[in-house]
Design a protein around this ligand. Structure first.
Ligand SMILES: Cc1cc2nc3c(=O)[nH]c(=O)nc-3n(C[C@H](O)[C@H](O)[C@H](O)COP(=O)(O)OP(=O)(O)OC[C@H]3O[C@@H](n4cnc5c(N)ncnc54)[C@H](O)[C@@H]3O)c2cc1C
Length: 426
């Protein structure tokens, strides 16, 4: 065991310094980006173009880069900058504001490819909000607002965060307690939010708050309003939450009492916020599903390579069916999930507004990715637990798509009620 480890280490060092460059398949330290497939048979021409271009950008950022960012809790500004420079942050945004006006089908390829490169959720979450998050602005903003907000976001000059979840109400979004009171040309906001990603450094926030008390509206979904405004840390207390993984991208608790937000930062009509925020939800689930797939494929690829190279009891561990079969099973499960995720994306792009496929795709991809990452850790044996092999980082990150932006249980609830017609259970 010990001598095998020493042999592996020797190989890795040789590879890093060029000795094994002509035999990359012999290298235990496979880089995800060297093995990105561009030729999935069912990809459209534009999806393939996105895949190749994003893979090329990501190849500048190897797994070691992401391990370091995760360790040091540093936001990956350089990847964000590269994607902005080449116009990718506006992949789904209208052309008149600098976007490319492609669909969620292409954006999903972009997010899967980032994640699959080894960047995982750290890489994907650094741009995630750009891709879907300002959909309500695209759909409901005035001309002046779109010009003011979309242009700098697409250029990468401003970064945005998304504030919905609250500590006291969790998934019961309609009961959220943060409140905005109109005062002349301003709204005064009071309340708290939790888990808000990137709030430590974001320039803007899209935030959902109540403007009419729950007791005074006909339906609980009424009376909520959406603002897109400066993430003004002189008025909002931001406290980072220490967490399990994806540490390069901060998640935060927000507290505000007397936060003055200009009335010109209200999006659409007061009280219509929930309807607007729902616009982006299905797209977000599709993208999260694609990000999860990327993690699963990255774990699988590294593990297949490791299982070929690692010799124990006189043969590669991948020759044992106990190692080989679970990996084959994971590939099939990831592929099945991929078909649903991209089916949901295509339907979304064609105007389908109901959420069963977006939810199912996100659920299936998250579960398949988690299982693939768990099997990857186990197939690596002790090395699965070592940071050096990156699998443990994927495994930690693979928990996230199972929890956010919506939990597994809420997806079961949705399918049970909306597809199967069963009584609402909550
Ligand atoms: C790393 C990270 C980043 C995030 N980023 C953001 C962000 O940028 N912006 C943002 O607004 N939010 C963000 N979130 C929040 C995320 O969307 C929520 O954590 C998620 O929606 C779950 O909500 P909760 O944590 O309040 O769970 P809770 O609502 O407390 O639920 C806890 C558990 O109970 C289950 N449960 C609750 N009610 C029912 C029911 N009726 N039936 C069955 N099961 C039920 C849930 O499924 C879950 O398993 C992030 C979360 C994480 C972990």
């Amino acid at each position: 065991m010990f001598s095998g480890f020493r042999q592996g280490r020797h190989q890795r060092i040789g590879y890093r310094y060029g000795a094994l460059r002509s035999h990359p398949t012999k290298c235990i330290h496979t880089r995800a980006t060297e093995y990105l497939q561009a030729k999935d048979p069912d990809m459209t021409e534009s999806q393939r173009t996105v895949r190749e271009a994003i893979a090329k950008i990501c190849s500048k950022y190897p797994d070691e880069y992401w391990a370091r960012k995760d360790e040091t809790h540093e936001f990956p500004l350089d990847l964000h900058g590269d994607l902005a420079r080449d116009g990718w942050l506006g992949i789904c945004m209208p052309q008149e504001y600098g976007g490319s006006e492609l669909g969620i089908s292409e954006a999903a390829v972009m997010m899967q490819t980032i994640s699959e490169s080894g960047a995982g959720m750290n890489g994907a979450s650094s741009v995630h909000m750009n891709i879907f998050g300002l959909e309500p602005v695209v759909k409901f903003g005035t001309e002046e607002q779109k010009e003011r907000w979309l242009v700098p976001l697409i250029k990468g000059e401003e970064r945005a965060c998304f504030g919905v979840t609250e500590p006291n109400t969790g998934l019961d979004t309609l009961k959220l307690q943060s409140f905005a009171r109109r005062d002349g040309d301003y709204y005064i906001l009071k309340g708290s939010k939790i888990w808000i990603s990137t709030a430590k450094s974001a320039d803007k926030i899209l935030i959902l708050v109540r403007t009419t008390p729950l007791g005074k509206v006909n339906k609980p979904s009424h009376g909520l309003s959406l603002f897109y405004t400066d993430m003004d840390r002189s008025q909002v207390e931001v406290t980072e939450i220490p967490k399990m993984g994806r540490a390069a991208v901060d998640s935060n608790m927000l507290f505000f009492d007397g936060w003055k937000v200009p009335a010109t930062d209200l999006l659409g009509k007061e009280g219509n916020g929930f309807k607007m925020v729902m616009q982006g939800m299905n797209a977000e689930r599709i993208l999260l599903g694609a990000e999860a797939l990327g993690l699963g494929y990255a774990a699988l690829r590294r593990t297949a390579q490791y299982a070929k190279d690692r010799v124990v009891f006189g043969r590669p561990i991948g020759q044992n069916q106990g190692i080989q079969h679970p990996l084959a099973d994971s590939w099939m499960k990831l592929e099945a999930a991929r078909l649903v995720v991209y089916q949901a994306a295509r339907m979304y792009d064609e105007g389908y507004a109901t959420g069963e496929y977006a939810n199912a795709g996100k659920y299936l991809a998250a579960e398949a990715a988690f299982e693939a990452c768990e099997r990857a850790v186990l197939a690596h044996g002790g090395m699965g637990y070592a940071k050096e092999y990156h699998i443990e980082r994927y495994f930690r990150e693979a928990m996230l798509p199972r929890i956010a932006p919506v939990s597994r249980e809420m997806i079961y609830n949705y399918i049970g009620e909306k597809v199967l017609g069963l009584p609402r259970s909550y």
